[in-house]
Design a protein around this ligand. Structure first.
Ligand code: AHR
Length: 507
């Protein structure tokens, strides 16, 4: 069996773990809202129509924030349609997903749901078909206490206290030609800057996220970030990044190494932001909101919206069924996000329910966990304290897309309050198991026997194409990895091929 080694030292940290790294996303798309979080006719729906089984799974997942209402949807959205008496709300065409939206869920329902789920809201404004004024109206509705038209309307709608939403996205993927109201980088830079400047006049405490690129292979990537930030730098806090990965044309090795692309993407956006910082001679740093990331098989039939006169409410769209390899990739993408905790200030797994999601529902029936649920939930629950720098010596694997890459990838966090070091590790080799050895001397202060316990779980199945269903989401779950042991000054553990593991060390 091949051997890999990890080197870590608590003196070398990247920065604190940011709870916002574990955000998710709810878009008016397919069955994410309707039949996902909201289904008043469901036997487990609460008085507000929210599915309590989905709420429970959201909490178990450990989602910390939820972005809303889109996505591509937001670029044609009139937020005013979703407030006030439900029976008076209009049904509108959703051009982004060729669907109809009855607007039974809007800003107030979303905020009620966030409070129940215990997540921070992240609101996106429409900069596709709309502009500065509509963003200001929404902000006034949400964050101004009282005494103005929109704030008093919120109170009249039964929500006395202002929501004081902190995170606001200035549109969505405005670089994409598919976006309603798609813009050039110069057009978007102007609009985003003016919207941001005016929004800050209402509430200077908000955190604003300007649109970066919708993928690192967009033709405008890099130039878009620099141009937008040259104009918006002083008015925004973060720039967004979006990335989706899938096993394209059966190229499993490249897919398993997807985090190599995410690492490079984050480093490139950071470089573009810091280039503008240098030009502006600014002390301020712009961080990244990685507010859409996941595995998404976008070339499958599930991702094709209806056409013609068919404008259904909540059609089955983007309902990818994930396998074990997909879960390993999701776990690895989280490793990449955590390792960049110095610059990735927020992230959102896209999405939460039914639409490329860790949680699936049946209409009127069960809710269940997809394979990708597990690495996310375990990482969110255990990554606390500081992220440590990790040196990795590992055998390489060959990929068509990225050349030779390390077969092992890992990140470590150390929490001095709980006396725990947590390792999150993937073996992305398609066939080779690897023995991992971790030098513990620096971690245990060079004192012998200072590690009081080692607990490890591994997510793996000999058939990496296994998928969870509503009937069976428990055949493959993370299980104790009994090979984990202390050998002298090293932790030793065997990592099967295509596996994700969590190792907790108490000291
Ligand atoms: O998450 C699905 C879609 O992917 C979002 O609506 C859009 O922003 C992105 O292209």
């Amino acid at each position: 069996m091949a051997t890999a080694r990890l080197h870590l030292d608590p003196a070398f940290t990247v920065g604190p773990v940011r709870p916002r790294t574990f955000g998710a996303f709810v878009e008016h798309l397919g069955r994410c809202v309707y039949e996902g979080i909201f289904e008043p006719e469901h036997p487990e729906a609460d008085d507000d129509g929210f599915r309590t089984d989905v709420l429970a799974l959201t909490r178990e997942l450990g989602a910390t924030s939820v972005r809303y209402p889109g996505g591509n949807f937001v670029s044609g959205y009139r937020w005013e349609d979703g407030i006030g008496p439900v029976e008076k709300r209009p049904t509108r065409l959703d051009l982004a997903w060729h669907s109809s939206d009855p607007n039974h869920v809007g800003v107030d329902e979303y905020m009620t749901w966030c409070a129940k789920a215990g997540v921070e809201p992240m609101m996106a404004v429409n900069l596709g078909t709309r502009g500065v004024q509509e963003a200001l109206d929404l902000l006034e509705y949400c964050n101004v206490p009282s005494g103005t038209y929109w704030s008093d309307l919120r109170r009249a709608n039964g929500h006395e206290e202002p929501y004081r939403i902190k995170m606001w996205c200035l549109g969505n993927e405005m670089d994409g030609p598919w976006q309603i109201g798609h813009k050039t980088e110069h057009e978007y830079a102007r609009l985003a800057t003016e919207t941001a400047r005016a929004m800050r006049m209402i509430d200077p405490s908000i955190e604003l996220i300007v649109c970066g690129s919708s993928a690192s292979d967009m033709p405008t990537f890099g130039r878009w970030e620099a141009t937008v930030l040259e104009e918006a730098y002083d008015y925004v806090d973060m720039i967004s990044a979006h990335a989706y990965y899938w096993e394209k044309d059966g190229d499993l090795n490249s897919f398993l190494a997807s985090a190599v692309n995410m690492d490079h993407f984050i480093d490139s956006v950071t470089a573009a932001a810091d280039y503008v910082r240098a030009v502006k001679k600014s002390d301020k740093r712009i961080n990244i909101s990685f507010d859409e990331w996941n595995v998404w098989y976008m070339d499958r039939a599930e991702s094709v919206p209806p056409t013609g006169d068919d404008w259904p409410v909540a059609p089955k769209l983007l309902e990818d069924h994930y396998n074990v390899a997909d879960a390993v990739v999701v776990g690895n993408l989280l490793i990449s996000l955590l390792r960049h905790t110095d610059r990735v200030a927020s992230a959102s797994l896209a999405q939460l329910v039914n639409v490329i999601a860790p949680i699936m529902t049946e209409k009127g029936g069960r809710a269940y966990r997809q394979t990708t649920f597990h690495p996310f939930a375990i990482t969110a629950a255990n990554a606390t304290g500081d992220v440590l720098q990790v040196g990795i010596d590992a055998p390489t694997m060959t990929t068509t897309r990225f050349g030779d890459v390390k077969a092992i990838d890992a990140v470590a966090t150390r929490d001095t309050d709980t006396g725990t070091t947590n390792l999150f590790v993937v073996n992305r080799a398609p066939e080779e198991a690897t023995e991992l050895r971790v030098d513990l001397r620096a971690l245990s202060g060079f004192a012998e026997n200072n590690i009081s316990s080692v607990q490890a779980v591994t997510y793996h199945h000999d058939d990496h194409t296994w998928q969870a269903t509503a009937d069976d989401d428990t055949t493959v779950v993370p299980t104790a990895n009994k090979t984990a042991r202390i050998d002298g000054h090293e932790l030793v553990i065997e990592l099967p091929a295509i596996s994700w593991s969590h190792i907790a060390l108490s000291h």
